[in-house]
Design a protein around this ligand. Structure first.
Ligand SMILES: CC(C)(COP(=O)(O)OP(=O)(O)OC[C@H]1O[C@@H](n2cnc3c(N)ncnc32)[C@H](O)[C@@H]1OP(=O)(O)O)[C@@H](O)C(=O)NCCC(=O)NCCS
Length: 196
C-alpha cells in the first residue's frame, strides 16, 4: 500500500496525504493549539485547553494494525497541517472501528474532511474492517450533517449521535455533493490504498 499520496483539493491546492509519524509531534501539537475551542471540544469532547497531552499525541503519531491516523498537509504553508482523521479498531470486534476527524477551522468546507474520510474507509477495509462508527455530540450539527451526507446511518443513544457504515455497501451514499466527492475519492484512491 502506498503511504504518501499527492492529490489536489477541489480548489486546486496540491496537498500530501500520509499517516502521521513521530516527527510530526510538534506540528500536531501546534495544529491542536490553533483549533478553535469549539472545534477542539467537538472532536475531543473535553475542554482541556490548548495543550494536547503526551498520551494522546503518542496514540496519534504511532500507527499499527489496530489504529491509523492520516493527515492532509499543504507543504507550502508555515504550519502544513490542514486536518487529520483516525480509525481505531474495536477491541471486542476486530471487524469494527471507530472513526474521528478534525480539520482546522480555516480549512473547513474545502473537502479535506471528505478526502480523509475516503482514506479511512479504504485503509480500514484493507486492515480487515468492514464496519465503522463515528460519534458526534448532539449539538455538533455541522459534523452530523456531514456524516449523514457521507452516508452514515445515524441513531441517538440518549447521549450522543452514532453514525454507522457498512464499508462493503456503497449504495448507502446519498445523492449529495459531499457523497459524490466521497465516491470519487474512493474510486480514485482504491487502486493505491486498497489494491496497491
Ligand atoms: C466535521 C469536519 C471534520 C468536516 O470536515 P470538512 O473538511 O469541513 O468537510 P468537507 O469540506 O469535506 O465537507 C463539509 C462541507 O463542505 C461543503 N462541500 C463538500 N463538498 C463540496 C463540493 N463538492 N462543493 C461545494 N461544497 C462542498 C459542504 O457544505 C459540506 O458540508 P455538508 O456536507 O455538511 O453540507 C470539520 O468540520 C471539523 O473538523 N469539525 C470540528 C471537529 C468535529 O466536529 N469532529 C467530529 C467529526 S467525527
Amino acid at each position: 500500500m502506498k503511504d504518501r499520496l499527492e492529490v489536489m483539493l477541489r480548489d486546486g491546492t496540491p496537498v500530501i496525504v500520509r499517516p502521521l509519524v513521530e516527527e510530526d509531534r510538534a506540528v500536531v501539537a501546534e495544529s491542536y493549539r490553533r483549533l478553535s475551542p469549539e472545534a477542539r471540544y467537538h472532536r475531543f469532547w473535553t475542554r482541556t485547553g490548548e495543550m494536547l497531552g503526551d498520551a494522546l499525541l503518542d496514540r496519534l503519531v504511532h500507527q499499527g494494525p489496530n489504529h491509523m491516523t492520516w493527515a492532509v498537509l499543504d507543504p507550502a504553508r508555515e504550519l502544513p497541517g490542514l486536518g487529520a482523521a483516525s480509525w481505531w479498531r474495536d477491541v471486542n470486534d476486530e471487524s469494527h472501528a471507530e472513526v474521528s476527524a478534525s480539520v482546522l477551522d480555516r480549512d473547513q468546507g474545502r473537502g479535506v474532511g471528505t478526502l480523509l474520510f475516503a482514506v479511512l474507509w479504504l485503509t480500514a477495509m484493507r486492515a480487515g474492517i468492514s464496519r465503522m462508527t463515528g460519534y458526534t455530540l448532539v449539538e455538533n450539527r455541522r459534523a452530523a450533517r456531514w456524516l449523514i451526507n457521507c452516508g452514515g446511518d445515524g441513531e441517538w443513544d440518549g447521549y450522543k449521535l452514532a453514525f454507522h457504515w457498512d464499508l462493503n455497501n456503497l449504495d448507502c451514499l446519498p445523492e449529495t455533493h459531499t457523497a459524490a466527492d466521497l465516491a470519487s475519492w474512493l474510486a480514485d484512491l482504491s487502486p493505491v490504498l486498497l489494491e496497491g
